[in-house]
Write a protein that binds this ligand. Structure first.
Ligand code: AGP
Length: 609
């Protein structure tokens, strides 16, 4: 996600801000910029691309001041460009922002009706317009921010400055991180303390619904109604490397823990559970065209291909359209038959995977309409597809995909419901129940993540095993594939994912006490059948690790280790089920001493065949 840093104090701040932005580079970004209060005005320097381009720009057009804000942008609304780069200055104010303003369209329309013009495609610019309206009407920045947040919906952390109040910096937090750094007569506000850890280790983390008003004389924390909030500072002794990872030992673990937030962001603005409605403004087909679709082809690689298999269950099950799933590397060379009425969906975290891109081009060349599900905005696949559904997972740095996968599943779930809605296969009451299930997922995952020590203990027991079999049926089968892939790629331990019903057709010969079997056996449509497969493995001496539903005493009794998840609906279940498998793979890798974030021979984005 975007990186934010602000400074107010006695020192010249341009270098401090640029240095802070460099320290936030690990978050991933596509543009960078600063706004500096200077000589009764605000000077903006911003540019698409790396921070080096910003520093070149500042070298060519120098700027100086002692209060300012800096930003690295990870595009969510609007492609990476100079115009969309932050800060966004409108009239008397400049704003930098991380997160998503869900109701930005409504506010923008209202502002345009008042005669205001917008210069970017971002959701952020509405914050600047709102603040400028209030500041220009004479309100202090602090009051203007308070009035603006009353109108904003979504998740955001933003910083604002105005030319009217030299030395004043106002920061806000709602569901996106913001931390205050307390120096000697100088203060920092940032999305992440890495940005200022070289200046101060005394910090105060803002909580949701809080604002910080900083001047060189001090910082005041209030809630959104203006009521003062007081609490002591904290002293941070993290190393800079730890700080980058938010205190987690690895990016992968941080990203596993970011899943509740990432899912919320992917759902934001796309559904109304009360009325059973799903919205996708970025799909190239009208409701009428969607209702006439004959086939959906899902093309992807690796983890994204596993998401595609889950997607097949979702789309066929809910929208009743035939779905074919293919690996990019296979689809591109098999001369596929693409009939009229085919929608090809390319799924890719990076949006740059060569085989997926080639597969999508093959389908497009043969007349299919194309849509992509991507995490990286304006990536090649996103640009070349006719429509795009962005997963708002934020930058994924660990090579092993985690939050990108669960958000792909969320996007596919929403897409299946959208198709079901257009084709009138499900009633709004039925869609509403699905949306409630989806809306409950972040909390369920959050709760489950608190039980990480339990999974770590299971990993300690099996750390020396060299072969694993992962079994799952139906919609849980691709999750077995994904769990096995996670283990393989980061711990280098051999693992095979298999449809549980296929075990007896071959892999059962492998089972003995040296080959643990992990079985996905949650309560649901195929519970009894999977349970029988578990019994078959048990009677061959297999050591069983079961992932089931809370309260299943029989499963606990029959397996050597059991991990329990809260109950949830059929299509939300895989999104929950994969979390223990991610944690298990992570702890196995740590115990085996491998390089978790950059496993050998692997690249984050595979842009070659
Ligand atoms: C996932 O953990 C892998 N590292 C890999 O399989 C990945 O999912 C695959 O290369 C596809 O990448 P994409 O989603 O960026 O297209």
């Amino acid at each position: 996600m975007c990186g934010i840093v602000g400074y107010t104090g006695p020192r010249s701040c341009v270098e401090i801000l640029v240095d802070g932005l460099r320290r936030l580079e690990y978050r991933g970004y596509d543009s960078a910029g600063v706004a500096i209060q200077a000589g009764g005005d605000i000077a903006i320097r911003k540019s698409q691309g790396k921070i080096a381009r910003l520093t070149d720009l500042i070298a060519r057009k120098p700027v100086a001041g002692t209060c300012g804000i800096g930003h690295t942008r990870w595009a969510t609304h609007g492609r990476p460009s100079d115009e969309n780069a932050h800060p966004h200055r409108v009239g008397r104010v400049a704003v930098i922002h991380n997160g998503i303003v869900e109701n930005h369209r409504t506010i923008k329309e209202r502002m345009i009706a008042k005669g205001r013009t917008f210069c970017s495609e971002t959701d952020t610019e509405v914050i600047s317009h709102l603040l400028d309206e209030y500041v220009s009407a004479g309100l202090p920045l602090e009051e203007a921010v308070r009035k603006a947040v009353a109108e904003l919906r979504g998740s955001y952390a933003f910083l604002a400055v105005t030319d009217r109040e030299p030395g004043t910096l106002v920061g806000v937090r709602l569901n996106c991180p913001m931390v205050v750094g307390m120096g000697e007569g100088e203060f920092f506000l940032a999305s992440d303390l890495t940005a200022f850890l070289s200046h101060t280790r005394d910090v105060l983390f803002l909580e949701d619904g809080e604002m910080a008003i900083a001047t060189p004389a001090g910082v005041r924390i209030t809630d959104f109604s203006g009521k003062r909030r007081e609490r002591p500072n904290q002293r941070i002794d993290w190393s800079p490397a730890m700080a980058e990872k938010g205190g987690y030992r690895h990016f992968m673990l941080k990203e596993i823990h970011e899943q509740p937030r990432a899912i919320l962001d992917t759902l934001a603005g796309r559904m109304l559970p009360e009325s059973g409605e799903v919205f996708f403004e970025t799909l190239p087909l009208t409701g009428e065209q969607l209702s006439r679709l004959k086939k959906v082809t899902l093309v992807a690689c690796g983890t994204s291909w596993h998401a595609a298999i889950v997607g097949k269950f979702m789309i066929e099950g809910m929208a009743r359209i035939p779905v074919e799933v293919d690996l990019g590397s296979e689809y591109r060379y098999r001369d596929p038959v693409v009939e009229e009425g085919t929608l090809c969906v390319a799924i890719s975290q990076s949006g740059e995977t060569a085989d997926t891109l080639a597969g999508m081009r093959e389908a497009k060349g043969k007349g299919a309409t194309t849509v992509s599900i991507c995490n990286v905005v304006a990536s090649t696949i996103a640009r070349e597809s006719d429509g795009v559904i962005y997963t708002h997972a934020g930058p994924e740095i660990g090579v092993a995909s985690t939050k990108a996968f669960t958000t792909q599943l969320v996007a596919l779930y929403l897409m299946a419901l959208h198709l079901a809605q257009a084709r009138k296969v499900l009633t709004s009451g039925e869609i509403s129940l699905h949306l409630i299930d989806l809306a409950e997922l972040p909390r369920k995952i959050e709760e489950f993540l608190k039980r990480e020590p339990e999974i770590a203990a299971v990993a300690r027991k099996y750390k020396d095993a060299r072969d694993f079999l992962y079994l799952g049926r139906g919609i849980s089968y691709p999750i077995a594939l994904e769990g096995a892939l996670k283990l393989k790629e980061i711990s280098y331990i051999h693992a095979e994912g298999y449809p549980a019903g296929e075990m007896k057709h071959g892999p059962i010969a492998l089972i003995d006490e040296r080959m643990p079997v992990l079985v996905l056996c949650a309560k649901g449509e195929s519970y009894e059948k999977t349970f029988s497969n578990l019994e078959e493995a048990r009677s061959r001496g297999g050591r069983l690790i079961a992932v089931g539903t809370e309260g299943d005493d029989l499963l606990r009794e029959k397996s050597e280790d059991a991990i329990f998840l809260p109950p949830c609906g059929r299509y939300a279940r895989p999104i929950l089920e994969v979390v223990p498998l991610q944690l298990f793979a992570y702890h196995m890798a740590v115990l085996n001493g491998t390089d978790v974030d950059q496993p050998r021979n692997l690249a984050k984005s595979v842009t070659v065949e």
